[in-house]
Design a protein around this ligand. Structure first.
Ligand code: APR
Length: 248
């Protein structure tokens, strides 16, 4: 699919817009993506650090991995792509509707000022008990646990990062909200995601069924590029400020 030339999108102030983001939106903040060359899954074995089985086998290793991610995120700041999406939300605030569904666990959208955010893969800066029967709730947590996995003070089980691992279900309420919003949107935008991890990779199909414009901003054509009506190949931090200049 040939890349379009970025120019401002014709989004009305009373439009309903859903944006889906992935690791590419945070790349220019200095956070490594997963599947690009040199990405996280080239350096680490996904099965060992991002599955419930991997955690059960070696919680210390998993916490070393997530502690490094925490430290990295705390050193990074939102970039122009995050800020452009926060501006779009403000542009729509009075008369339109906006929902940002992010697969990123880094919290950078929220730090850039986005409010209506569904962090559908969880949050890196939150810790919860791995025992689903434990009454404790997830807590905000910026600590590193490089010297060993922490235990739950309530039940003694391992504590774990509050992220969704491979083989786990997404929060059903977030999934419901995302699907409902997409089925009722006027514009669907996807930014910086390889389009291979489901269910989020399939959300564009809901928008396609509704026949609404589906805009993609990505450095490389991703797996699901053909489901979009426009494709802007480039860096999110350079392309989004042009597409959304009317809101900045
Ligand atoms: N601007 C726009 N796109 C970019 C940029 C950039 N500056 N840099 C990289 N990209 C693109 C890449 O071309 C790639 O298609 O972003 C995409 C990132 O893809 P992945 O690394 O696969 O990240 P993502 O799609 O978010 O992965 C989904 O998989 O590993 C799990 O749970 C993890 O949430 C993650 C999920």
């Amino acid at each position: 699919m040939i890349s379009d030339t970025p120019r401002p999108l014709n989004i009305a102030p009373d439009a309903s817009v859903v944006v889906v983001t992935g690791a590419g939106v945070s790349a220019e903040s200095g956070i490594a993506t997963f599947r690009d060359k040199g990405g996280v899954w080239e350096q680490y074995d996904l099965e060992r650090v991002a599955t419930p089985e991997g955690f059960a086998a070696d919680p210390d290793l998993v916490w070393r991995f997530y502690s490094e991610r925490r430290e990295q995120v705390l050193r990074c700041d939102p970039n122009p792509a995050h800020r452009a999406l926060a501006a779009l939300e403000r542009f729509l605030q009075a008369r339109g509707r906006f929902l940002l569904v992010t697969q990123n666990v880094d919290g950078l959208h929220q730090r850039a000022g986005s409010r209506e955010v569904l962090p559908i893969h969880g949050s890196l800066l939150r810790t919860r008990c791995s025992n689903d029967g434990c009454p404790t709730r997830p807590v905000d947590d910026e600590r590193s646990y490089k010297n060993g996995a922490p235990r739950c003070p309530e039940c003694g089980s391992w504590l774990r990062p509050d992220v969704v691992w491979f083989g786990e279900y997404l929060d059903p309420e977030m999934e419901r909200q995302a699907r409902l919003a997409i089925a009722d949107c006027d514009w669907f935008l996807a930014v910086g995601t390889s389009g291979v991890v489901h269910p989020v990779a399939g959300y564009v199909e809901i928008a396609a069924d509704m026949g609404v414009p589906r805009v993609l901003v990505n450095l490389e054509p991703p797996a699901n590029v053909r489901a979009f009506t426009s494709f802007y190949q480039g860096k999110a931090g350079e392309v989004l400020p042009v597409l959304l200049s009317f809101a900045l």
